[in-house]
Write a protein of this length. Structure first.
Length: 299
């Protein structure tokens, strides 16, 4: 597989060309099975059932040299992958709800150049979720939860901390209800970090939140891609808010989430920088579609 460091530190047209080359190299040749790695460390991913297998060099080479899908299927049958599909077209039976994501704020204070949510409003009037709606969603989440079960409640926006009071009340309510039912509940938030306070850090620590912060690279790059709506960069404010949280002894994992565009392909540099700041992990999400088309990774 292609590691983050393989993208190098290029940008502009050269960076787009390099990203396109990697995307072309990873294009599936068959509908279901995909080869990952190389003959020395080969893996086979079968889409149906999301199955991943380690395979020996000889099998990897045979499959790599096979262009025809039917011939590839014949090879897979010889290793026991001819079993009935894990996934079919039958509609699933009614399933209990185990996880919910609440967009508690349809508004945002940033003006990210590629924003799929049209600056946080999703094309409508900027507004907050009311408390009654949030509590009803919690009731829905826990309605069928059984003692000993698990549930997950996440908050996002827009920028969810714009609606901090509802976020906190819904969290407290969910924690109480889950305790009464004997259900283990986990919490998460995705935030731009500009409104984050020390008190928020204490709250997230108390309730065991997983915290994801949207950051797009070193300061100059981030500020170009994720400025405030009124202009001006947001990076310095975000890192100033985060550093006290990153430095403390905590049970809350804090992850940086990077939206990858042709402008910030120096992924290894970004990864090393955020790990040095104290983030527990760094996730990279390619931008494949934007309302304006700006910033998309395309072939």
């Amino acid at each position: 597989m292609i590691g983050a460091g393989a993208f190098g530190r290029s940008g502009g047209k050269a960076g787009v060309g390099l990203a396109s080359a990697h995307m072309a190299a990873s294009t599936p040749r068959w509908p279901s099975p995909h080869l990952l790695g190389d003959a020395d460390r080969g893996h086979l991913f079968v889409v149906d059932g999301s199955r991943l297998y380690d395979i020996d060099p000889d099998l990897f080479t045979r499959l790599e040299r096979t262009a025809d899908a039917s011939a590839a299927d014949a090879i897979l049958r010889t290793i026991g992958l001819e079993a009935r599909p894990y996934v079919d077209d039958a509609p699933p039976a009614a399933l209990p709800v185990h996880a919910l994501s609440l967009a508690v704020a349809q508004k945002c204070n940033l003006g990210c150049v590629y924003c799929y949510a049209e600056q946080g409003s999703f094309g409508g009037a900027a507004k907050n979720m009311d408390l009654c709606t949030a509590l009803a969603a919690v009731d829905l989440l826990l309605a069928e939860a059984q003692p000993g079960g698990k549930a997950s409640l996440a908050f996002l926006g827009g920028e969810p901390l714009v609606n901090r009071s509802v976020l906190q009340e819904a969290t407290r309510y969910a924690a109480r209800q889950a305790t009464r039912r004997g259900v283990a509940i986990g919490f998460a938030i995705t935030t731009n970090g500009t409104l984050l306070t020390a008190a928020d850090g204490d709250f997230f620590e108390e309730y065991g939140f997983a915290v994801t912060v949207s950051l797009d690279g070193p300061q100059a790059l981030h500020d170009r891609l994720r400025p405030y709506k009124g202009g001006g960069g947001s990076f310095e404010r975000i890192l100033g808010n985060l550093r006290p949280l990153l430095a403390r002894t905590r049970r809350v994992p804090i992850m940086a989430r990077v939206t990858v565009t042709p402008d910030n392909l120096a992924l290894r540099n970004t990864l090393d920088g955020f790990i040095a700041e104290g983030f527990d992990s760094v996730g990279f999400s390619p931008l494949l579609s934007a309302p304006s088309g700006r910033g998309e990774l395309v072939g």
